[in-house]
Design a protein around this ligand. Structure first.
Ligand code: DX5
Ligand code: ZN
Length: 237
């Protein structure tokens, strides 16, 4: 199964409720990009906005914390209605942060920047509900997909499969659209975050469906498309 999480970072912040309504029928989760102006050079959403979003949707609110000190914020996000929080492995103290998120009743994720190697997240695979491989440098929507990250996605997939961690979601975020989705799904991603490709589209719900179709086409075990051979009458040609 392939799931799609539209990122509201690329939506109109002055009309977030409408934006959420535009994708609600097609989206599996809603991805919320939290930036502190320190871990990344941009400043976005905090718990008050998550609280407002919560009032407008029953979708799983997947909070991606691009912040230097997530520990002090986890409880506030939980109280605001976040369903899951993902912390970056680069900020350190990862085991404690993951345990804290879970003890607050949220799903816990670990994110890894493009240049951070697989080995940095490997020790935490048994302690997470989600692994997020960034395919852009975090901070802004609308950047170019970094295909050099694809081998790392495959390493995470293999490690999860070998450890039979079947419930851990392998998520990819950054530059995902119809063109780039097949490569990350083929490498093992099972949840795709997409911002500009969704909210930059005239019909965001159609964009979600199109990305899902493009990615799902390369899921393993999927039957090859049926090849229809025209029947020819005996003796013809
Ligand atoms: C980037 C964010 C992404 C962003 C993706 O720092 O983590 O979630 O919204 O946007 P696109 O899909 O436009 O790359
Ligand atoms: Zn994100």
């Amino acid at each position: 199964m392939l799931r799609i999480a539209p990122s509201v970072l690329s939506a109109d912040f002055g009309a977030l409720a409408e934006a959420v309504g535009e994708v609600a029928s097609e989206a599996d989760w809603l991805h919320v990009d939290v930036m502190d102006g320190h871990f990344v050079p941009n400043l976005t959403i905090g718990p008050p906005v998550v609280r407002s979003l919560r009032r407008h949707t029953g979708l799983f609110l997947d909070c991606h914390l691009m912040v230097t000190d997530p520990g002090g914020l986890l409880e506030a996000f939980r109280d605001a209605g976040a369903d899951g929080c993902t912390v970056h492995v680069e900020v350190g103290d990862t085991a404690r942060l993951l345990a804290r998120a879970r003890s607050l009743g949220m799903r816990a994720g670990v994110a890894v920047n493009p240049e951070t190697p697989f080995e940095a997240v490997e020790p935490f695979l048994g302690q997470v509900d989600l692994v997020l491989c960034m395919t852009v440098h975090p901070g802004f929507g609308g950047q170019r997909f970094m295909e050099e990250v694809v081998p790392k996605i495959a390493l995470v997939r293999r490690a999860l499969d070998e450890a039979r961690l079947v419930d851990v979601v392998l998520q990819v975020d950054g530059g995902i659209d119809e063109q780039t989705a097949p490569a990350v799904v083929a490498a093992g991603a099972r949840m795709l975050v997409a911002g500009s490709a969704v909210f930059g589209a005239e019909r965001p719900w159609e964009a979600v469906a199109a990305i899902r179709r493009a990615g799902a086409a390369v899921l393993p075990g999927r039957a090859a498309p049926e090849v229809r051979v025209a029947r020819r009458s005996p003796g013809a040609g």
